[in-house]
Design a protein around this ligand. Structure first.
Ligand code: ZID
Length: 229
């Protein structure tokens, strides 16, 4: 069977959860990466059976998540983490959640993966038009929504089995004007799409690994509701 790591699952409403279910139904072993501030509530909801109804697969069995890894994909390693985040109450309780540390843990626990899914994005100024977006907000959107994918692929590449596959989620606002998708999120998706082409070339040459991005349709996820979509 194949093993998949899905980054960006913190409830049962988003694309990450739905993709995990499809992969589980196809027989894959499921590992997820959950944003650190959302970790406790996600794990306790899982444990208390709150997701049991939506864990149901077509054949009546429940999706199993082999392991939940805390992850903050805007930090590549511990040296990147500022002091105020390190000591933040929501972060101090978890450990090994930078991209490099998560990949080291997955390697230690499971050895390799076959499928990497990036289902995460964040744009703190998404509700501001691009022309009113701050430098800080713009760079934060790119860091969380675009570079996070480069970083995950870069660190996972050595432990993705040849012939494996990698996927992210994009949005048509990269190409067309969609008012309301501001804060540099349209730019972040344009970068993600361009990077997908370049990374497909590089990872294909290096390890026969496919790199794709899917332009998603509307889904009432937590992220979509937060921006009023
Ligand atoms: P989600 O909230 O389920 O997933 C986002 C996850 O990212 C959450 O679990 C967060 O905790 C996590 N996260 C945020 N920051 C970090 C971080 N630094 N480190 C680790 N995790 C983090 O929402 P989702 O399922 O909507 O989002 C998944 C992907 O789908 C994202 O790349 C979206 O941009 C993409 N996507 C979603 C939609 C949608 O409708 N839900 C659309 C396009 C792309 C879209 O907005 N018409 C109108 C709107 C849309 C499409 C068509």
């Amino acid at each position: 069977g194949k093993r998949a790591f899905i980054a960006g699952v913190a409830d049962d409403n988003g694309y990450g959860w739905a993709i995990a279910k499809s992969l589980a139904a196809a027989g894959a072993e499921i590992l997820v990466g959950t944003w650190v501030p959302a970790l406790n509530i996600f794990e306790s909801s899982l444990r208390r059976g709150k997701f049991d109804e939506s864990r149901k697969l077509q054949d009546g069995s429940l999706m199993e998540i082999a392991k939940v890894y805390p992850l903050d994909a805007v930090y590549d390693n511990l040296e990147d983490v500022p002091e105020d985040v390190k000591t933040n109450k929501r972060y101090a309780g978890a450990k090994n959640w930078t991209v490099q540390e998560v990949v080291e843990s997955v390697k230690k626990d499971f050895g390799t993966i076959d499928i990497l899914v990036h289902s995460l994005a964040n744009g703190p100024e998404v509700s501001k038009p691009l022309s009113e977006t701050s430098r800080k907000g713009y760079l934060a959107a790119i860091s969380a929504s675009s570079y996070s994918y480069i970083s995950l692929l870069k660190h996972f590449l050595p432990i993705i089995n040849p012939g494996g596959s990698s996927l992210s989620l994009t949005y048509i606002a990269s190409e067309r004007i969609i008012p309301g998708y501001g804060g540099g999120m349209s730019s972040a998706k344009a970068a993600l799409e361009s990077d997908t082409r370049v990374l497909a070339f590089e990872a294909g040459r290096k390890k026969r690994i496919r790199v794709n991005t899917i332009s998603a349709g509307p889904l009432g996820s937590r992220a979509a509701k937060a921006i009023g979509f």
